[in-house]
Design a protein around this ligand. Sequence first.
Ligand code: ZN
Length: 304
Amino acid sequence: MKKTLLILFALLCSLVTFPQKIKTMIITGQDGSHWWKGGSEAIKMILDNSNLFSVDILTTPARGESMESYRPDFRKYNLVVFNYGGETLVEAVRKDFEQFVANGGGVVIIHSSIIPMENWPEYNMMAGLGAWNGRNEKDGPYVYWKNDRWVYDYSPGWAGYHGLQHPFTVVHRDTLHPITRGLPPVWEHFKDELYARLRGPAMNMTMLATAYETASDGVGRDEPVLWTVNYGKGRVFVSVLGHAGNDPELRYSMECAGFQVTLLRGSEWAATGKVTQDVPYDFPSKDIISLRRSFTPPKLRMEN
Ligand code: ZN
């Protein structure tokens, strides 16, 4: 009898499936223009505190040191987040990573991570758009929103502009995608460094959101700030929001609830193809900036 009960219990246990956390690796290091350590710790807190992800930070060797020792094992992960501004990964790692994504692995690319590794074509395909580091018309079109449609502009010219940091309005251009569905379609982002004049291969992209910026030539455009790319069976989410400055106090852009919620939804979508998260009540709106300074989602409305 006891044995039968034990077998029954074991059978029951095998039927109850506990939700698995999304195993996530953050690739970070070397970025001389950003406080990558603090930024990556914030990204880890945002993801871990949602209880949907379990996150490891894998820091590259310092700039100038050999990259040979940096050999992340992508097979242990569902999702790879780039918060990285350094040298191109070595060939063996590049090949592993390309296979990981082609086979269905998820990728998230944050802010300045669209700048490095301009000499790695497959990474640029995954990112869709890039900036600086000698990019120009040889790398692909500019992409921006005009007259209710996306413009792919192949005219020659440099890539990459940002002015002084400032708060700005994010406008969702696709409100049916799992990442943006149900969120307020127009919202105020806290002070951040807004990139403009991005260009790249721009293949297999779904553009989600824009923000308006006037570049150094005096021309203003609705520039893409959130988008996705399909690469093989893999999914990539790119957010050019989320500057982190050179000081622990200077990751305020990541404190924006809009940055955090789109990061969480984009990360889940990249890893699983779905978004199971509810729309939180503290998402910013057209008139209200909303901060999560502890990088933690609010639990209940009553507690606020
Ligand atoms: Zn920045």
